[in-house]
Write a protein that binds this ligand. Structure first.
Ligand SMILES: CC(C)(COP(=O)(O)OP(=O)(O)OC[C@H]1O[C@@H](n2cnc3c(N)ncnc32)[C@H](O)[C@@H]1OP(=O)(O)O)[C@@H](O)C(=O)NCCC(=O)NCCS
Length: 161
């Protein structure tokens, strides 16, 4: 089992995998067009040429990236693919010298197991501005914001005394 950066011919498989979870509301839906446009964000985890899972690292800037569209096929869950995938995305962020990786999730226990910590959503305004303001469920959001690494300081943060 290993990770590799996705290439355009993976787009349909990634689309199918995300749809598998988006149709139940677990993941945000992504159109095939959107996946193609952002294919360089995606990593796949595969075994003997078969894709087991996918995930994307979206870069907001030097300070922050977001891990998103994290999914492992139902029949492949529980065998380490999710961990391998997340390790790949975190290594990619480290390679860019990005000090913090955030995500919004309904599976906080899995990510806590991998070292992510819960934070208040308002601590990640980049994500709220990009996605949440368009989300129909924003008033009754049941996702948990989490970070791995050091959260960037906000201008609104109090100065240390
Ligand atoms: C979350 C998901 C990616 C995990 O992938 P996976 O391949 O099943 O996870 P792994 O087998 O690599 O598990 C790695 C470790 O996390 C633990 N773990 C897995 N799922 C867990 C969960 N829901 N709660 C707590 N721990 C969990 C495993 O026990 C394992 O621990 P260990 O290495 O100490 O034995 C997968 O379940 C999935 O695709 N879920 C649906 C989509 C989703 O919720 N994506 C996240 C939204 S951002």
């Amino acid at each position: 089992m290993h990770t590799r950066k996705a290439v355009l011919p993976d787009a349909s498989a990634i689309h199918g995998l995300i749809f598998e979870y988006a149709r139940h509301g677990t993941l945000l839906p992504r159109s095939l067009q959107e996946i193609c446009e952002n294919i360089r964000d995606f990593t796949v985890v595969e075994n003997r040429g078969r894709i087991l899972g996918c995930g994307a690292l979206h870069i907001y800037g030097m300070h922050l990236a977001e891990a998103r569209s994290i999914a492992v096929w139902p029949q492949d869950r529980g065998r380490g693919a999710g961990r391998v995938l997340m390790n790949g995305l975190l290594a990619e962020a480290r390679g860019h010298h990005i000090p913090c990786v955030c995500l919004f999730t309904r599976a906080p226990k899995f990510f806590a197991h991998l070292g992510f910590k819960k934070v208040r959503m308002e601590r990640i305004p980049e994500k709220v501005y990009k996605d949440c303001r368009y989300c129909k469920q924003r008033k009754e959001c049941d996702e948990v914001a989490m970070i791995h690494g050091r959260l960037p300081k906000l201008l609104s943060d109090p100065e240390p005394r």
